[in-house]
Structures are given as structure tokens and as C-alpha cells.
Design a protein around this ligand. Structure first.
Ligand code: CA
Length: 477
């Protein structure tokens, strides 16, 4: 390039400048020596034809003709073109280099992104492994639980067998107690017969010997209807005092009642206006029973068939107990399904239920018809229309049979409602009312089941009532 520049300078059209150019060349080559030397490096050219040289502009003296200059120009132009090409290539190269840089950077980013994804992938693989482990553990637990089911089932069967055994034991014991009571009464009866004259003398003259004997027999009959504890409570004092005085129960009887009456209403109409224990013998029944007659409240003449008031009597009893009755007539008791059957069979009876809560609220529920079917139909409940202030929690039990812990006659197919409710009742599925349930003190109670003495429409199933009584009376005495 430098060489061509030198040529360019020396071959400027204005030859008058040639001298200056030669001096420049000489200066570059150390021309301080004063010698003037010209050096031209031009491509060799073979001149074959006539060369037209303007003698005016390119004097022969310089030894450079016009065609050579043109050639140089062309060469120069070609070189310039080459230079431009090279420049463009360089530019392109530069762009390529930039592009390469950019790609390299991008590649680096991609690399780091790939590393990141790889780490993430590894992490997820580990996580999956852990999850699989948990799934396996869960499956193991399920398998273990399944394998325990037969064991639990067999335990349940064992418990059920034990329960059945205990139930039959309770039944047997109840029968034994009943038999012992019977024997006891027979022996008592023999003693009473021996002492009949003195007994007769001690009672009202209006009573004949035969009626006294009858009354004595009535007492004995009643004894069969009470449960063991209650019965012993009443019989033992009689034994102890038989030669001197009668039991309080008998005294109240003798002073009030010349019965037996068909029911308390008949006694009331006959002038017996004091509440107490009366002897009753319903029509067509050879059973003589005792019952508390309420002659002072709600018009009098009411026969109490059930009463709860202090939790003194256990109501979680067997069929035998519920059939014959249990408890104490002057306190808590159940008259007995057989007695209720004979009592309500006599006519058209109504039922009155009186309830007190622990805050002193008193409510009632009255049903204009009430009776129970015979034992062959498991004392099925027959109930009329409701009226009252407590709300109706018994109609749902209408037409249901009676169930106890040892006799499941309810509408609940999964078990015996009497087990859950801990009483005897005309259970459905299971109860809107449970007046023979567990007597809990204070009202609200905590229990696994709704087993309190409750009337759902009054205080709900989780509230055990303080006082409850069930009374019957004929609609048209
Ligand atoms: Ca059942």
C-alpha cells in the first residue's frame, strides 16, 4: 500500500509537483545527503502498438506515459474495490464475531439453565422416591388394618357371647329371686293364716275375715310384681313386725282403701280422696296389684303407672322385671306391663305425663287414648291424640312394641335401642322420649348415648328431667 501511495504521489497529473515528491521520497530515504534519486516501481508492460502520448501534459522527459497512468488508476481502483470488499468482509466478520459472542453468552446461559434444571430434576426424583416410600408405608398400614379385622371380629364375637352369657345369668338370677320371693311369701302366708284372728281384730270391724284374707292374698300377689330389692324392702319389715303392727304400706292401705278397686278412679268416685297406695284388681284379671293413686291433683282418680324423682331405683332391667313391675310405690316404680295391660283393657283410658325440669318448670303431655296390647304382641303401644304443654315426644313411638335389654323389639336393625338408652320403652329407631332411662342429677348430662330420662320436645335428648310420672285414668269413669 505504501509503495502504491508513493507511486500515486509521484504520478500526480501535475508534473510540476514531481520535484516535491522526489524530495519527499529522498527525505524518507535519508535524503539529507543532497542527492536526488527517483525510484519508480511499476508493473512491467509490453508495449506492442503505437502509444499516443499528449506531449502537452505528459512530457516524454518523465518517462511515464498516459496508458501507464491509466493502468495504475485501474489497478488502484481495483485495489480500492478489493479493500472495500475486505472492509465489508471485516465488517461481516465483526458481525459474525458479535453474533458468536452473543451465541456464546446464550450458550453459557443455556448451560446454567440446564444445570439448574438438572438439579431440579434430581430434587424431584428424590421427592418422588420419598412419596413412593410414604405410599408404601400407607399400603402397609392398610394391609395391617385389614389383617386386624378378623381379630377384632373374633374379639367382638367373644364379647357378644360373654354378653349373652351375662344376660342369661341376669335372667336366671331374676327367676331365682322371684322363686325365693314366692317361697318367702308362701311361708309368710302360712304364718298370716295362723294369726288371722288377731289380724282381723286389729283392723276395722267393717272388714270381714274373708275380706281380710283376700287383702292379705292381694299383698302377696303384689309381692311378685316388685323387683328383688324393692320387694325385700317391703317384705322384711312385715316379717319383723307381723305380730305387733303392719308395714306403713299396709297401714295406708287399710286406712284408705276397702278395695281392691278396679282402678284409682273407681276408688276416687267411692269417696277415697287421699293420695296413697291402693289395692287394685282390674276386671277379668285374677292379678291383684298395688299402685299409687293420685286423688288430689288434676281432678284426682289417676293411677300412677311410672314415677321417677330421685334416682333411687335402677330402671335398666330385664323383660321379666318390666313385665311384673319393680320399685317402691311411694317413690320410684314401674307398675308392670302386665298390670298396665289389664288396667287399660277395662275401658277407654287416657294417659297423662307430668314432668319437672331442674329449673322448676312443670309441663304435661296428655294422650286421649292409651292402652297396651297383650304380651303375645310384646305390649305394643296404642296411643291417641296429644295435647299439652311439653310437646309431643311419644306419638313417634305409637304402635311400637316394648323392648328391654334382653328383648329387642325395636325398629332399629343395627342393634338394641334398650342397650343404648339403658331402659325399657316402646323404642322406635330409637327414642324421642326415654322416661325409663338413667336418672342424671342436674339436667344436662354427659354420656356416650342419649340414655337420660328425657322428653326431646321439652328439654332435648341431652337433658335428664328431675321428676316424671305417668298416670292413667278412664275417659268416662
Ligand atoms: Ca333392634
Amino acid at each position: 500500500m505504501k509503495l502504491y501511495s508513493v507511486i500515486w504521489i509521484t504520478l500526480l497529473p501535475s508534473l510540476c509537483q514531481l520535484q516535491l515528491a522526489s524530495e519527499y521520497v529522498n527525505l524518507n530515504n535519508g535524503g539529507s545527503q543532497g542527492k536526488c534519486t527517483y525510484t519508480f516501481v511499476v508493473p512491467q508492460q509490453k508495449i506492442t502498438g503505437a502509444v499516443c502520448v499528449s506531449t502537452a501534459r505528459f512530457p516524454e522527459a518523465f518517462g511515464v506515459n498516459r496508458s501507464e497512468v491509466e493502468e495504475l488508476k485501474q489497478e488502484l481502483s481495483r485495489q480500492q474495490t478489493e479493500i472495500e470488499k475486505i472492509k465489508r468482509l471485516v465488517d461481516v466478520d465483526h458481525e459474525v464475531a458479535n453474533e458468536m459472542d452473543h451465541l456464546r453468552r446464550e450458550s453459557r446461559n443455556m448451560g446454567s439453565r440446564l444445570s439448574h434444571l438438572h438439579v431440579q430434576f434430581l430434587h424431584e426424583v428424590l421427592q418422588k422416591k420419598n412419596d413412593s416410600k410414604e405410599v408404601f408405608q400407607g399400603e402397609d398400614k392398610v394391609v395391617n388394618a385389614i389383617s386386624e379385622i378378623p381379630i377384632l371380629a373374633s374379639k367382638y364375637r367373644d364379647l357378644q357371647e360373654k354378653y349373652n352369657f351375662l344376660t342369661s345369668l341376669v335372667n336366671n338370677q331374676s327367676l331365682i329371686i322371684a322363686r325365693l320371693e314366692e317361697q318367702c311369701q308362701q311361708s309368710l302366708g302360712r304364718r298370716h293364716v295362723d294369726q288371722a284372728p288377731s289380724y282381723s281384730q286389729s283392723t276395722s270391724g267393717a272388714l270381714s275375715n274373708s275380706s281380710e284374707a283376700k287383702k292379705k292374698q292381694n299383698r302377696d300377689t303384689h309381692g311378685e310384681q316388685t323387683d328383688g330389692a324393692a320387694h325385700r324392702k317391703e317384705i322384711l319389715p312385715t316379717q319383723a313386725t307381723k305380730t305387733t303392727s303392719k308395714t306403713p304400706v299396709i297401714q295406708s292401705e287399710a286406712s284408705q282403701s276397702e278395695g281392691p278397686w278396679t282402678d284409682c278412679s273407681e276408688a276416687f268416685l267411692a269417696g277415697q280422696k287421699s293420695s296413697g297406695i291402693y289395692l287394685l284388681k282390674p276386671h277379668n284379671s285374677n292379678q291383684i296389684m298395688q299402685a299409687w293413686c293420685d286423688q288430689e291433683n288434676n281432678g284426682g282418680g289417676w293411677t300412677v303407672i311410672q314415677r321417677r324423682q330421685d334416682g333411687s331405683t335402677n330402671f335398666f332391667k330385664t323383660w321379666h322385671n318390666y313385665k311384673h313391675g319393680f320399685g317402691n310405690f311411694d317413690n320410684e316404680y314401674w307398675l308392670g306391663l302386665e298390670n298396665i295391660y289389664w288396667l287399660t283393657k277395662q275401658g277407654n283410658y287416657k294417659l297423662l305425663i307430668l314432668m319437672d325440669d331442674w329449673q322448676g318448670r312443670q309441663v304435661n303431655a296428655e294422650y286421649d287414648q292409651f292402652r297396651v296390647e297383650p304380651e303375645s304382641d310384646f305390649y305394643r303401644l296404642r296411643l291417641g291424640q296429644y295435647r299439652g304443654t311439653a310437646g309431643d315426644s311419644l306419638s313417634w313411638h305409637n304402635d311400637k312394641q316394648f323392648s328391654t335389654l334382653d328383648k329387642d323389639r325395636d325398629s332399629y336393625s343395627e342393634g338394641n335401642c334398650a342397650h343404648f338408652q339403658k331402659g325399657g320403652w316402646w323404642y322406635n329407631m330409637c327414642a324421642h322420649s326415654n322416661l325409663n332411662g338413667v336418672w342424671y342429677r342436674g339436667g344436662h348430662y354427659r354420656s356416650r348415648y342419649q340414655d337420660g330420662v328425657y322428653w326431646a320436645e321439652f328439654r332435648g335428648g341431652a337433658y335428664s328431667l328431675k321428676k316424671v310420672s305417668m298416670l292413667v285414668k278412664p275417659n268416662k269413669p
